[in-house]
Design a protein around this ligand. Sequence first.
Ligand SMILES: O=P(O)(O)OC[C@H]1O[C@@H](O)[C@H](O)[C@@H](O)[C@@H]1O
Length: 305
Amino acid sequence: MPIEQSQGKVVLKHPKGASAEILLYGATVLSWKAASATDVMPKERLFVSGKAALDGSKPVRGGIPVVFPCFGAPSHPDHSKLPQHGFARSETWSFSDVVLDNEAGVSVRLTLLPNDSIQARFGKPFELAYVVTLSEHQLSTDLHVKNPGTPGSATLEFQALFHNYIRATANDVLVTPLQGVTYYDKTEATDELKAQPKTETRSGVDVKTFTDSVYENAGGKYQVAWPGGGVQVKTRNLKDVVIWNPQAEAGSKIGDMEGGGWEKYVCVEPGYVRGFVVLAGGETWVGQQVLTVTDGSLGAIAPGL
Ligand SMILES: O=P(O)(O)OC[C@H]1O[C@@H](O)[C@H](O)[C@@H](O)[C@@H]1O
C-alpha cells in the first residue's frame, strides 16, 4: 500500500523507493527518504533529534514542523496568547484524504480546524489544510489557509513557515543565493540590534557559528549544498527565509537537542514572517515549498526546478 496509517502517523511510499512519514501531531514530517542520481539507495534527508518527544507532549525537535499563525514570539495582538511559533506544530491534525496515488506522486491531505484549546488562545476562525506530496526525488508541502468568513467579515492575519531541519554536515553547508538580501540577526544581544536590518555580503551563507537570521524578500529559491549532498528549496508565496543553526553555543541549552545534534542539520525555513498575510473573509492563501534532492547530478536532471 503506498499510503498507510497507524499509531498517529501517515506513511507515504513512492513506487520508485522514496518514502515519507508524517506525524498527525503537528502535521510534522518526521522522515523523508529519497535516492540521488549517484546512489539509488533512498537516504534520510531530514534530521530529528534523538531526544525529540514524539508523543505529543511538545513540538518535535526536527523534521518539518509547521509554524502558524505566528513566527517566533507573537508580535500581533491577535496572537498574544500563543506560544512561540504558534499552535499548528502542537495540535493533532486529522487525516482527510489521499490526493494523488500514482507514479507522478503520492500525496495526502491533513486538516486542522479550531478546537477548544485553540479557541481559548486564538479567537479568529480559520481552516487549515496541509498537502504533502512525495515523488521520486522531491517532497512538496502546501499549506492552505482559509478565512471561512464572508466577504466583509473580519480578516485573518497570520505568519506561516516550514521549519525544515535538513540533514547535512552543518559545518560544510553553504546556502545560496542570498548575497545582497536584507536580513535581521536574531543572535544580536538587544531587541534594538535584532530589529536593525543588515545586508548579506557573503556569496554563500554558512552556519559555522550560531546563526539565526531572517532574510526578507529573499527570492524564494535556495540551494543548500555541502560536499556530497544538496537539497534545493523552491517556494511559492513564502517571501522570506530563516537560516538557523544554534551550534554548541545555543544548541547545548536546548533540552530536547541530542548532544552535537547541531552538527547534523541546517534549518532553512521558507516562510511569510516579516509582516502578516491579511486574508479577507472567504479567501484562501496557499504557501508551498518543493524540496528536491540535488546530490550528484540531479540538479542537472531537474533544470529550472
Ligand atoms: O525552539 P523552537 O521554538 O523550536 O525554535 C527554534 C528556532 O526556530 C527558528 O526558526 C528561530 O528563528 C529561532 O529563534 C528559534 O530558536
